[in-house]
Design a protein around this ligand. Sequence first.
Ligand code: ADP
Ligand code: ADP
Ligand code: ZN
Ligand code: ZN
Length: 845
Amino acid sequence: MDDYIVIQGAREHNLKNVSLSIPKRKLVVLTGLSGSGKSSLAMETLQKECQRQYMESMGMVTDFISKPKVDSITGLSPSISVGQQTTHRSPRSTVGTVTEIYTYLRVLFAKLGERPCPRCGETVVPSFGDSAVYPIAETEESEDEVRPDAEEAVCRACAARLPRLRMAHFSFNKPEGACPSCTGLGVATTVDIAAILDEDRSVADGGVTHWDRLSAEYYPDVLKAAALHYGFAFDLHVPIRQLGEVQRDLLLHGVGSELFSRHFPGKKPPKSVGAGKFEGVVTQLWRRYRENGGDHAYPKKIAQAFVRRSCPDCAGTRLRPESRAVTIRGVSIADVSGWSLERLLDWLERLPRELDRESIRVWEPVFHDLAERIRRPIDVGLNYLTLNREANTLSGGEAQRLRLSSLLGSGLTGVLYVLDEPTAGLHPRDTRKLIGVLRKLVELGNTVLVIEHDVDVMRAADHLIDIGPGSGSAGGTVVASGTAERIMSVPDSVTGQTLREAEKPIGFRPRRPGNGNALTVRGATAHNLKSVTVSFPLGTLIALTGVSGSGKSTLLFDIVEKAAGIRFGRSREEAGPHAGIDGFEHIDKAIAVDQSPIGRLSRSNVATYTDLFTPIRNVFAALPEAASRKLTSRHFSFNVPGGRCEKCQGMGTLQLDMHFLPDVEVLCPVCRGRRFSDSVLAVTYKGFSISDILDMTVEECVPVFEGMDIADKLTLLSETGLGYLRLGQPSTTLSGGEAGRVKLARELGKPGKGHTLYLLDEPTTGLHPRDVSRLRLLLDRLVDAGNTVIVIEHNPELIAYADWIADFGPEGGEAGGSIVAQGTPEQVAMEERSHTGRYLKSMLG
Ligand code: ADP
Ligand code: ADP
Ligand code: ZN
Ligand code: ZN
């Protein structure tokens, strides 16, 4: 039995008393429709119980941790789950720091770096021969204590002694290395004078645009008093642009500032506001900024006064000028941080040839380990990433693959890895590579359990477990398990059918030509884009394809979405560099749906987020029973006091603070999870209380609200593949793909008029191929109603179905950023240079 993890009687969520065995040291893939119960099994049952058993074995008290609803699980090993959440939220984490590649480079630059001699300007070359460079992690912390006075560098030309370079000099998270202006963040926040002043108007005429009415009445008198104190007159009635330097400095910086007081050396500033203690428009903004912790949580008008841009002193490199002046064969650590991993590896492999034999001997182990570390992310298709990329800007799939690649290096064995859709955001060409990495983990003696929808990964599995047959209450059983061939022979298995169909070529279908208009982006150069010009035919379904990092999101979200935001007055955020966009006059609005999580507030749930809860509350409030109990719509809200249970404030659960452990959720002892007071719960519609409704799935609610707008919106949610969600499910618990589809359904539920441009980021994430077919119908409806839909996609079925494709590439990062092929799927399939084209060719048959 040592060869299996055996689960008996799993009943979490929709699981129907499931028993199954998972072979160890194998690649096991969990499949099924979305909502069928895959996560309930893998994450909520297996992974959770692993953690619980592990803590128990460490002698920790686990009474508070709710045991998953399962009779028994045997054969468990320590587990590591690799989800899609980015764990690095700090702007100080970069690809370089989280992979530790940057740490190695700091060692290299500290030891091999050449720098200009401050006295004579000659280049000072370090002396080698210091072999105590390992282990890196210890080197970093204890470097100074271990060798406090190790050799200084001496200039051969003028014999000046230079202080020894240390690793800290290259860290932007340490004062020794960080750029003093931006403290190592690489971005500087400044006040945008143009956003707060209208220079053509006078102060009296509303020239300080962010002042509210009260300020506009009050401050001019203070200004006048201040001027009087210093013995000049402030002219409130000339355009601000014509104010003299002294007046301008007073207005912007105030009496307490260096910039103003320099005009009156020795003069004491006024003591009270009445006497003219004017703070200065810019100075005041900064004070309020600091008081708010810089989080812009004040009126939008004021928030807009601050602009974040690349720090002018370090040009965004985060490092001190002295640190940037250190080079190895002419390149600085800031230079290499901006290179793709691929280019970095190439540089590193050439470097030893330029060193003398002794240094090679000393440095060989570091070169070797560093190269190994750089190769790992390259092996999972992240070759285009740069070390200076902020970790929190990585997509879910990228973050997951980066973590995966570092796990490979850990050399752990006997571990259960649980992964959630590692192919998200990955081009089919790179799926092979990913499978290779999963295989390697298995070869190291680990069990790899993957939730996946990708047919190639399914085929590569040693063992498939198909959960279903349907979703929600129609799922929750093991429909079939075994090899892909075995699954294909099971008639009831949706996955089996999918695998069978995937072997047949897709038939030709006529492509929609569009309405004759186009949206043309000209000369796009943001990030890696190589002056891309592309014309999207309006009135069609368009797929942006290309390997990960090729520039799809940059074009669609950094340029088109932001330019549309400005054009349609929804935002002021500047679009990435491009020459222009033509054709906005043909559309009436643009809606972008990405996969960022919704609602940091745990109070938001599926019903509230989709604007369904208010009409539902109104249905309840309109019932005679509600009227007789004097209950209005607000009593049916769990967000305000009145009708809700006050113990749990309408959440139905309480959070137990476990100190050093994650919080634990327990049922509210007062309402026992019902969220509302008994009086509210006594009001029922077709036999359901408001609490019952929140506990029901979207699909179950459709017949309840039949004939109402509510039912239409619920049906939309179903059509995006989310019929299994409970209305009361907190938004914070939705996966990235689910969040994306909830947002999509919410947008579709709004009455549309005119031509809408939809910009969608991989809407198929988390969807079984069968669910994809449903989503496709929904997108079709949008296009057939006269709108345009542009999706970033890797899903072969959706790509082959699109009316028009723009394929980016040929590779990721610097080697990408061009359009390799464009046109109908048939046309793209003819393009030899296109990875997508080759893939399409084999599919279209
Ligand atoms: P899959 O991973 O296959 O998409 P899930 O395991 O997430 O499916 O969901 C299976 C069922 O369990 C669905 O009906 C879903 O609504 C329900 N479910 C998921 N999470 C929760 C939860 N936190 N509480 C209650 N029900 C849940
Ligand atoms: P795709 O959407 O095709 O995966 P992206 O548009 O995300 O590609 O990335 C294109 C290039 O731009 C890559 O080299 C990527 O590393 C870079 N890039 C993407 N986002 C950022 C960012 N926020 N900052 C710096 N570089 C970025
Ligand atoms: Zn700086
Ligand atoms: Zn309660």
